[in-house]
Design a protein around this ligand. Structure first.
Ligand code: HEC
Length: 170
């Protein structure tokens, strides 16, 4: 009986000690995480700046007369005029915009290099052909879309392509 009591006392002491140690470690860990969390993440200027940068709105609205809040990227403006795309040559235009139909005679298109197809058309005069190519044309055999559908081409470019086609087809 006496030995049981002694064992029980010892047992309680050990359990109590372990519980106290566990509690102490828990408190210490909480305290430490609290301190370090603040120090290494949330509170540093670096971290805050990084977060602010990441969540900054994509664009900003300035009302007339309002001052700019942040340094906007300054764009170097040169005095030179905006580069204009170099005009395409007749063959270049033909290859990119006309060949699709005029290469194989799609839809009745007069075929490049085929003098029979072209001679009655050339007889109209190059200016008429250019006008038809630029503004579109519906003839006896089919429909020629204005500028071959490439409205981005200039009249000059289409005209050069017509000259190239005529030259190759007589
Ligand atoms: C979608 C097909 C198509 C494309 C692309 C096309 N053409 Fe045509 N073209 C035609 C057809 C079809 C005709 C024949 C129309 C007719 O006479 O009935 C024609 C006719 C012409 C004629 C003769 C017009 C006349 O008065 O007889 C010229 C010149 C011409 N095309 C130039 C061009 C040029 C230049 C391009 C490229 C910028 C071009 N075409 C792109 C289908 C096309």
């Amino acid at each position: 009986m006496k030995r049981d009591q002694k064992f029980f006392d010892m047992y309680s002491l050990v359990i109590g000690g372990l519980a106290a140690a566990a509690l102490a470690i828990l408190v210490l860990a909480m305290k430490m995480s609290d301190l370090t969390q603040g120090v290494y993440t949330r509170d540093t200027d670096e971290y805050q700046a990084a977060v602010a940068d990441r969540i900054r709105p994509f664009g900003q609205v300035y009302m007339p007369g309002e001052e700019q809040h942040s340094a906007a990227p300054t764009v170097e403006t040169a005095d030179e005029p905006a580069p204009v795309a170099a005009a395409l040559s007749g063959p270049q235009v033909y290859n990119s915009a006309c060949l699709a139909c005029h290469g194989a005679g799609i839809g009745g298109a007069p075929v490049l290099g085929n003098a029979d197809n072209w001679s009655p058309r050339i007889a109209q005069g190059v200016d008429v052909l250019k006008e038809h190519a630029i503004n579109g044309y519906t003839g006896a055999v089919g429909f020629m879309p204005a500028k071959g559908g490439r409205v981005d081409l200039s009249d000059q470019e289409v005209g050069d392509a017509v000259e190239y086609m005529v030259e190759k087809s007589q």
